[in-house]
Ligand binder design. Structure first.
Ligand SMILES: Nc1ncnc2c1ncn2[C@@H]1O[C@H](COP(=O)(O)OP(=O)(O)OP(=O)(O)O)[C@@H](O)[C@H]1O
Length: 269
């Protein structure tokens, strides 16, 4: 349920997160809110813990301390039944698609659907085909094995699998990495279209400035072991921190955000 008008619903709430590997403290006192229906871009230098944050929220990495609530479920409470209900409410797409190489694309997309008890195998297969067409793959791609697809098609197949159960939240780890600019732009358009049409919340780890500009509603910057700053792109331009300034004002950023030109808005439309 949404809160009162103008109060966006928080679907992911992270408080006081701590993650360490031996002496390497990755997160310390990290707080983050993600709102329903938004596309949130997670950025930060290499090794700042973007993937560890994604893994912590999705239960793949047990943090050392902190509290994580997803869709109202306290995922660190130890209540496995409550946590398992989330498997149908979120989908995760890893960088390389993480598809099973011995299964066809259709069979890969069917994997999460197997959790639905009593589902007729023919319906399951049709549902998988629906997701495959939803992500813009040709119908026949369902019969292909991952190795027979291009990198961009594999990513789409990974997204189809993440969307198999009509999740409320989808986690994407660098979805456009390794794609050519045209393929990356098409993937951005796909994610934005799906988010808007399905009301999907998107948690998106990226280094891609084009993606941030084209589709993200908000950005959270990881630095100094926490979310240093979060907000719209315009807010990022005003942040006085060396990494944030370099990232959002560097030559690549200027090319994307047009901040150098007098008419530049620095924000997406
Ligand atoms: N399983 C692990 N064991 C030990 N150290 C780990 C483990 N997973 C991550 N780390 C460390 O945690 C830190 C953060 O890693 P993470 O992969 O989250 O960074 P990232 O921000 O996603 O980086 P990149 O942008 O390069 O992908 C790194 O120093 C990494 O070496």
């Amino acid at each position: 349920m949404s809160g009162p008008a103008d109060t966006p619903e928080v679907v992911i709430r992270v408080r006081g997160l701590q993650n360490r590997f031996g002496r390497n403290i990755v997160h310390e006192g990290l707080d983050l809110d993600v709102y329903r229906g938004e596309i949130l871009g997670i950025v930060g230098g290499s090794g700042t813990g973007k993937s560890v944050l994604l893994r912590s929220i999705t239960g793949l990495q047990r943090p050392d301390a902190g509290r994580i609530e997803v869709l109202g479920v306290d995922i660190l409470s130890g209540d496995e039944r409550a946590r398992a209900t989330l498997d149908e409410r979120w989908g995760v797409m890893f960088q390389d698609g993480a598809l099973f190489s011995s299964l066809t694309v259709r069979e890969n997309v069917e994997v999460p659907l197997r959790a639905i008890e009593g589902l007729d195998p023919r319906i399951r297969s049709q549902l998988a085909d629906l997701k495959i067409s939803m992500v813009g793959l040709p119908y026949l791609a369902g019969d292909s094995y991952p190795a027979e697809l291009s990198g961009g098609m594999r990513k789409r197949a990974g997204l189809a699998r993440a969307l198999a159960l009509d999740p409320e939240i989808v986690f994407l780890d660098e979805p456009t990495a390794g794609l050519d600019p045209i393929g990356a732009a098409a993937f951005d358009t796909l994610i934005r279209g799906l988010s808007r049409s399905m009301g999907l919340t998107v948690f998106l780890v990226t280094h891609d400035l084009d993606t941030l500009h084209a589709i993200c509603d908000r950005v959270a910057v990881l630095a100094e072991r926490r979310v240093l700053v979060e907000g719209g792109l315009r807010d990022m331009l005003a942040v006085d921190h060396p990494w944030v300034h370099e990232y959002f004002h560097g030559p690549r950023a200027r090319a994307v955000f047009d901040v150098a030109s007098p008419g530049g808005t620095g924000t997406k439309e």
